[in-house]
Design a protein around this ligand. Structure first.
Ligand code: 2U9
Length: 344
């Protein structure tokens, strides 16, 4: 029986040293030291031994069991350490590797152009005024010399919410409201950027929602030459210092006289090309001297005060500046279009 135990011990130690992972080792432990294992079997058969042999074999069996257990413990410590080392090796963190690049968005081209125009007028002493997009008929039309049934209202087909409330068709009501707040005392020097709405069928050059930037200056002794100076500065800063401007007579109900401003073509410098339709000039904005009726309605004495106003469409400015051929690109949110304006 002693030989049998000796053989089991050697066999077990061999299996232990062959174990490559904790699972193997556990299997060896169960097979040798478990309840159904050979050592238990040997101990069970001790009843058949003589009284002298029994304590000797019993002690030896325990010794064999303890030495197998000791070998298992040693091997377990080795395998556990190896598992930790393997895990650490696998999870090595190289802190010198460059970080993953964070994707940067960029401003919408329309936002860039509006900001550029705002900065330009801020540098000339204007402030920025804002107002509601849902307006009353009074501020959107009447205060701007467009009484009910005036034919010029037809130029601005509108989204009415009630008989008297509509989505503003221009940012001019902001100017009318601002003038009112000044209670007849100048100076007023503002620009009003914002969204406007007109009932229109969308195509490459029309949109039912678009942006406007209007400007208004009201003070004593404000003249058309002041308007010309401000607009020429704007044109040069926006489209190049060698731009020339020209003013053509026009009509707006809220200004008298009214003009439209062209700039000399920045592409062909006046020779004639597809951008300026062979004329050498590009229409940029409308403007004029504030109509006396508009000044009076907003509480200013038109004998004492005069003013000039202008209005432009940032979409048109951006389309010209960046060669964009369809106004709908601004609103489609196609990332392939928007990404092209990373550095503007
Ligand atoms: C007040 C008095 C006068 C604003 C003006 C224009 C001329 C003009 C359009 C050009 C293209 C806007 O983007 S567009 O559709 N605007 O031509 N706007 S004068 O005149 C005002 C505004 C407010 C109280």
């Amino acid at each position: 029986m002693k030989e049998r135990l000796e053989a089991l011990k050697l066999e077990a130690i061999g299996k232990i040293s062959e174990s490559h992972d904790l699972k193997d080792l556990q299997a060896v432990k169960v097979s040798y030291l478990g309840k159904k294992g050979p050592i238990t079997e040997v101990l069970k058969g001790m009843g058949k031994l003589s009284a002298e042999e029994r304590p000797v074999i019993g002690a030896y069996a325990n010794e064999v069991r303890d030495s197998i257990q000791l070998e298992i413990d040693k091997k377990q410590a080795i395998l556990e350490e190896a598992a930790i080392s393997e895990k650490l090796a696998k999870e090595t963190l190289d802190v010198t590797l460059p970080g993953r690049p964070v994707k940067h968005g960029n401003a919408h081209p329309l936002t860039s152009v509006v900001t550029e125009i705002e900065d330009l007028f801020l540098s000339m002493g204007f402030t920025i005024a804002e107002g509601p997009e849902v307006e009353t008929d009074y501020y959107n039309f009447e205060a701007l010399n467009l009484p009910k049934n005036h034919p010029a209202r037809d130029m601005q087909d509108s989204f009415f919410i009630t008989e008297d409330i509509l989505l503003r068709t221009q940012t001019s009501p902001v100017q009318a409201r601002t003038m009112e707040k000044h209670e007849g005392t100048g100076p007023v020097k503002i620009i009003s950027p914002g969204k406007v709405y007109r009932r229109d069928n969308d195509d490459a050059t029309h949109s039912h929602q678009f942006m406007q930037i209007e400007g208004l200056v009201v003070d004593r002794n404000v003249r058309l030459s002041d308007l010309k100076g401000v607009l020429e500065t704007f044109a040069k800063k926006m489209f190049g210092e060698d731009r020339k401007i020209r003013l053509r007579p026009s009509f707006f109900p809220f200004t008298e006289p009214s003009v439209e401003m062209d700039i000399s073509c920045f592409k062909c410098s006046g020779k004639g090309c597809s951008i300026c339709k062979q004329t050498g000039w590009i229409e940029i904005l409308g403007a004029g001297m504030v109509h006396p009726n508009v000044l009076e309605m907003a509480g200013f004495d038109s004998k004492e005060y005069t003013g000039f106003a202008f209005g432009m469409g940032p979409e048109r400015i951006a389309m010209l500046k960046y060669g964009i051929d369809d106004i709908r690109h601004f609103y489609a949110n196609d990332i392939r279009f928007l990404k092209q304006f990373k550095n503007v």
